[in-house]
Design a protein around this ligand. Structure first.
Ligand code: PLP
Length: 380
């Protein structure tokens, strides 16, 4: 059976060059990067090289990058690290964030803080004016994601930065889905804190990074040694960091070409699906989107069942990230966009990657048409 993986927003295949870099690092002599001897210093140099590569992808200086154990941890460090010891912090975020942002924000609220979850517009984009209207005297942080994981909509983060800076409010963005897929530059965005993750850009799982603009008051959320300027204690995962660096280098070099090619494939996929499969619609299509993401509704079908049928036919897709308590498998992002829960439950996310070609699109549409026909009891 030919298999096709259309779930790059969940995780991406490790690039062979990244694997090589990691294997080389794992094969080196042992060395703790904090040790003074030659073994330790070799490991330190590996991290230094990777830090420069990772910083390069987002236009940052290496010394402003903090390695973390995941994108989730980078988000937690940004949010909880800014909140620090303040007794009644006020935060502003959006209703379409990933759980990695929503849940630390909820934690802050449960601990006595106040959090505003700004609703999203029907097109899947946040209105910057609504975000700014939620800011009040004493707001510590605004956190708005750069690109949404479920529908791919790109958020107008740069429209917030100057107004927030003027009011002394810090701005964080979760760029986990954006980094490596669209240009991301910390200066252009005017951002104070930016999270990203290796495994969404053909690097290894379990390694992330947080850009911290110099002067940003940030407290650690774990305590131990002095690694990562005391912001992320614990012996570094040298091989994963080396792999992250290589993945960022590759992503930076091929970003424009990959984005154009993947967008063409995604657009062709959507055009074919709409033409061949009745009762289909694209979610978030009227807003700027990530080039690789397609969120489609299949009228009358259960999205989770469709994902299972597709898996049996050899196609990997997803109903989106995590579930909400009230809506079973429905994407909280679609619900936030005002889509009915029936429509949200009938939606599936397909996310392409740089390894795909024309033939994959044709195959994916064939398998999808077959799965939908099977579920609708139609003959092919
Ligand atoms: N933020 C977004 C938007 C994501 O899509 C994800 C992962 O799906 C994360 C954060 C979490 O990143 P990680 O898997 O590295 O913890």
């Amino acid at each position: 059976m030919t298999r096709i993986y259309l779930d790059h927003n969940a995780t991406t295949p490790l690039d062979p060059e990244v694997r090589e870099t990691m294997c080389a690092s794992l094969s080196e002599a042992p060395g703790n990067p904090s040790s003074l001897h030659a073994w330790g210093q070799a490991a330190r140099r590996t991290i230094d090289r990777a830090r420069a590569q990772v910083a390069g992808l987002v236009g940052a200086l290496p010394e402003h990058i903090v390695f973390t154990g995941s994108g989730t941890e980078a988000d937690n460090l940004a949010i909880l690290g800014v909140v620090g010891r303040s007794r009644r912090p006020h935060l502003v975020t959006t209703s379409i964030e990933h759980q990695a942002v929503l849940n630390p924000c909820r934690h802050v609220a449960e601990a006595g803080g106040a959090v505003e979850f700004v609703p999203v517009e029907a097109d899947g984009r946040i209105d910057p004016a609504r975000v700014l209207a939620s800011v009040r005297d004493g707001t510590a942080l605004v956190s708005v994601m750069l690109a949404n994981n479920d529908v791919g909509t790109i958020q107008p983060v740069e429209a917030l930065s100057s107004a927030l800076r003027a009011r002394g409010v810090l701005l964080h963005t979760d760029a986990v889905q954006a980094a490596g897929r669209i240009p991301v530059n910390v200066a252009t965005l005017g951002i104070d804190l930016l999270s990203f993750s290796a495994h969404k850009l053909h690097g290894p799982q379990g390694i992330g990074a947080l850009f911290v603009r110099p002067g940003t008051p940030l407290a650690p959320i774990a305590f131990g040694g002095r690694q990562e300027r005391g912001l992320r204690p614990g012996t570094e995962n040298v091989a994963a960091i080396a792999g992250f660096g290589k993945a960022c280098d590759l992503a930076a070099a091929r970003l424009a070409a990959d984005a154009t090619r993947v967008r063409t494939l995604r657009d062709r996929f959507e055009a074919l699906v709409l033409a061949r499969i009745p009762g289909t619609a694209i979610n978030g299509a009227s807003a700027p989107r990530l080039p690789n993401t397609s969120n489609l509704t299949f009228a009358g079908l259960d999205g989770e069942m469709l994902v299972i049928h597709l898996d049996l036919l050899g196609l990997a897709a997803s109903t989106g990230s995590a579930c909400t308590a009230t809506d079973g498998s429905a994407s909280h992002v679609l619900i936030a966009m005002g889509v009915s829960s029936a429509v949200a439950r009938s939606s599936v996310r397909f996310s392409f990657g740089r390894g795909h070609g024309e033939a994959d699109v044709e195959l994916a549409v064939d398998l999808l048409a077959r799965a939908v026909a099977l579920m609708r009891g139609e003959s092919l």
